[in-house]
Design a protein. Structure first.
Length: 348
């Protein structure tokens, strides 16, 4: 049954690629392309219909010529989280990506796939989606030596489904994931925290498949690390919102959330957490020589077991994963502001 499902999904993905055969996977030419060429392939997976931090990450990645974006996946939200209470949140996430690409006049440059609208039902059955089949299709390619990263700022449903469809992808890609609670020996949780971290809570079973059952290499950015990326409202006004149509789009997306939260007596002050943007820092902004995210700090530790409550349990036999604890926010934000300005100059 699993093989039949994979064949069906592969046909759907192939049809989608043929329909978009003009797609060139290229970022706007902000730099001399003889100086900056792709060093890696990316699949970007995010819940773009929810918190707008994923939109900031996507724009910055789209403007990064050192990465080749093979596909963009719109994935589902946690049911009842307040952002989108429909039962088609992955559909809406994909539509939000298409809207953003159209604003940037890049709608013919990238393939956009819909993820599953629901999380895993058990540990053995993949959710049907063109996104999962596409991940498999890209991971098993033999015609390129560029390393493949799946960068995910949401739940892990689509990658877990891809792994369940074809476990051989485990040694063909690296997952960079924004998610998971703090490790008690590294950082304390924030005031008023919930024990279940948001992205893990989108699909705990998918997290268990990836962490507990697979051997997929993981670079994890847990809650204490991704909360380090703060966008001041002053910079939103002076460095983002005034940068053409895409800057205004990003600015309004944050202001909408700020206004809503203030109206329900939940003031968030004058900063906004761009929690998904470390995905850019750890890929496009790797060091020039001995390529690695050399300006950020991580520890190697055995992958924990994730229990049914979304908490870590010791796994002495777990493979080593990277857990990032300190991020170079200065490099990340300077690059973001500079690329926005360069893009605005490029489109004028």
């Amino acid at each position: 049954m699993k093989n039949i499902l994979f064949i069906i999904l592969s046909v759907l993905v192939s049809a989608n690629v043929l329909a978009q055969e003009k797609t060139n996977h290229k970022s706007p030419n902000l730099f001399d392309e003889n100086k900056v060429k792709p060093r890696m392939r990316l699949i970007i997976d995010n819940d773009f219909g929810g918190d707008p931090d994923g939109l900031f990450e996507l724009v910055q990645h789209l403007l990064s010529p050192s990465v080749e974006i093979r596909g963009i996946i719109g994935s589902h939200l946690k049911p009842g989280d307040g952002f989108d209470n429909s039962n088609i949140t992955a559909v809406n996430a994909r539509n939000k990506v298409l809207e953003l690409l159209k604003i940037m006049k890049l709608e013919h440059n990238y393939n956009v796939y819909q993820g599953s609208n629901e999380g895993l039902k058990d540990f053995n059955t993949p959710q049907q989606s063109e996104a999962a089949a596409f991940i498999v299709k890209e991971a098993i390619r033999e015609d390129t030596k560029l390393p493949l990263y799946v960068v995910c700022g949401a739940g892990l449903t689509d990658l877990a489904s891809a792994y369940l469809l074809e476990p051989k992808i485990a040694d063909r890609l690296t997952l960079i994931w924004i998610g998971g609670p703090e490790y008690s020996d590294i950082a304390s949780p924030p005031p008023g925290y919930t024990s279940l971290e948001y992205n893990l809570g989108i699909d705990i079973k998918a997290g268990q498949v990836i962490f507990n059952n697979s051997q997929i290499p993981i670079w994890q950015v847990p809650r204490d690390a991704y909360r380090q990326v703060l966008l001041p409202y002053s910079s939103l006004l002076l460095k983002v919102k005034n940068q053409g149509k895409i800057g205004n789009f990003l600015g309004k997306s944050v202001e909408k959330i700020m206004s809503y939260l203030t109206s329900v007596n939940y003031p968030i002050g004058e900063t906004y957490i761009l929690g998904d943007s470390p995905l850019v820092l750890l890929t496009a902004l790797q060091s020039s020589f001995e390529a690695d995210p050399s300006s950020s700090q991580y520890v190697l530790r055995p992958s924990p077991l994730i229990n049914d409550q979304g908490l870590y349990e010791v796994n002495s036999k777990g493979r080593n994963i990277r857990v990032y604890k300190k991020l170079d926010v200065g490099l990340l934000m300077e690059d973001f502001y500079s690329k926005l300005t360069l893009f605005q100059q490029h489109v004028l």
